[in-house]
Design a protein around this ligand. Structure first.
Ligand SMILES: *Cc1c(COP(=O)(O)O)cnc(C)c1O
Length: 399
């Protein structure tokens, strides 16, 4: 056994989060480093979903909207996500996709910012959907979209800025942006901060309330393990809830939805972010999946995430010939999310072969190998094996 294999064993033995792996349906030896695309299935969810389908839907039918708590699921599940992202209860509502919530948040923030501010700043390297939606929202609200590197936002913000839409962690490089600093710079200029938490929620502390974030969105099928297409969420800071004016004011956000009145009157609180009938099956799978967070401190998750990504980078440096890959993920802890992205020649063929050998990461074309580290079910031996397998694949494809 090599030194690194022995170190991995020792680190796993000392890891206080290691026991959580048993909560997931993962076969022995599976090295799953794609939980930042689709989180693994928590093992108890299938039984819960069988009950939802056979009893709540099959037997109780329409009664379940009340008796099984279906109607209030969006805000109830929002309150389960809240502590993971540093929000008090009543500030998060679950529903729709991230893309749809980006639309709600950008338009609502532009309305909150008021007239006289005609620019929307957007992260230029953003996950494409955020950019597409922001561009359309800007067109509708009469704002000019200004794409920028998030590092330049604090300098670019002015009295023309209505809001900025920024990704907390860049999905390609894994770079962690300075949420407190950028939010403070926006506020100093009277602008609003809208954060996309897709790649940070469940991986590191976010501190939405503590840092005074205005609005935020995120998905639940990555680090929160909610399942394929599980609904996203929208955070509205308490101080904005009274004035939050949704561009999609569906009947689910009405103060009296069953009054079925022709005039719209917004409900109080974050549930103003609701639109139409929630996708209950996906929503209840998410709710059940969130049980794995009971008793877990996000600070411990962050500490392990940094230790895992450090160790993976160390193993890559030890095993992979100099120059065969280059990390595009920042080495500084303060600038790193919970993934390592390596640029590499022939990246598509390399990732295919890694997956064939049981090390599942993903590819971001043209040349990025992406490895996501989900501390609840990834261990140090997984990181070591992934780096060792990568070195073997590179040695063979170079031949
Ligand atoms: C994953 C991700 C999305 C996904 O949006 P959907 O509407 O759920 O498809 C959006 N934005 C970012 C930054 C993401 O990482």
């Amino acid at each position: 056994m090599s030194d690194l294999e022995q170190r991995a064993r020792d680190l796993d033995a000392a890891d206080g989060l290691a026991a959580h792996r048993a909560k997931f349906a993962l076969e022995d030896g599976a090295v799953y480093l794609d939980g930042n695309s689709l989180g693994a299935l928590p093992a108890h969810v299938p039984a819960r979903m069988a009950d939802v389908i056979t009893r709540e839907w099959g037997e109780l039918r329409i009664r379940s909207w009340g008796e099984s708590g279906w109607w209030t699921a969006p805000e109830r599940i929002g309150d389960r996500i809240a502590p993971i992202v540093g929000a008090a209860p009543g500030r998060i509502v679950v529903g729709d996709s991230t893309s749809v919530n980006v639309f709600k948040a950008v338009v609502a923030a532009a309305r909150l910012a008021g007239g006289g501010r005609d620019e929307i700043l957007v992260d230029a390297t953003t996950f494409p959907t955020d950019g597409y939606i922001a561009a359309s929202a800007a067109r509708m609200t009469g704002h000019t979209l200004v794409p920028l590197d998030p590092a330049d936002m604090a300098d670019a913000v002015s009295d023309r800025t209505a809001l900025a839409l920024v990704n907390h962690v860049d999905y390609r490089t894994g770079r962690l942006q300075d949420l407190p600093g950028i939010t403070a710079a926006l506020h100093a200029a009277g602008a609003l901060a809208v954060w996309d938490l897709c790649h940070s929620a469940g991986a590191l502390p976010v501190g939405l309330d503590a840092h005074g974030v205005d609005l935020a969105v995120g998905c639940t099928y990555k680090y929160l393990n909610g399942g394929p297409g599980s609904p996203a969420y929208l955070y509205v800071a308490e101080r904005h809830q009274g004035a939050f004016d949704s561009p999609l004011p569906g009947w689910n956000s009405h103060a009296d939805p069953f009054g079925m009145t022709s005039g719209y009157e917004a409900a109080d609180g974050a549930l103003r972010g609701r639109v139409g009938t929630p996708d209950i099956l996906s929503m209840l799978a998410l709710e059940s999946a969130l049980d794995v967070w009971d008793g877990v401190a996000i600070e411990d998750v962050r500490a392990k995430s940094l230790a895992l990504t450090d160790f993976f980078l160390e193993c890559v440096a030890a095993y992979v010939p100099e120059g065969a890959v280059a990390s595009v993920t920042p080495a500084e802890h303060g600038e790193r999310g919970s993934q390592v992205a390596l640029s590499c020649a022939n990246a598509p063929a390399v990732m295919d072969e890694l997956i064939r050998r049981g090390v599942v990461g993903d590819l971001r074309r043209p040349d990025i190998l992406r490895f996501g580290f989900t501390p609840l079910y990834v261990g140090f031996a997984d990181a070591e094996r992934a780096a060792r397998t990568l070195a073997e694949v590179l040695a063979e494809t170079a031949r």
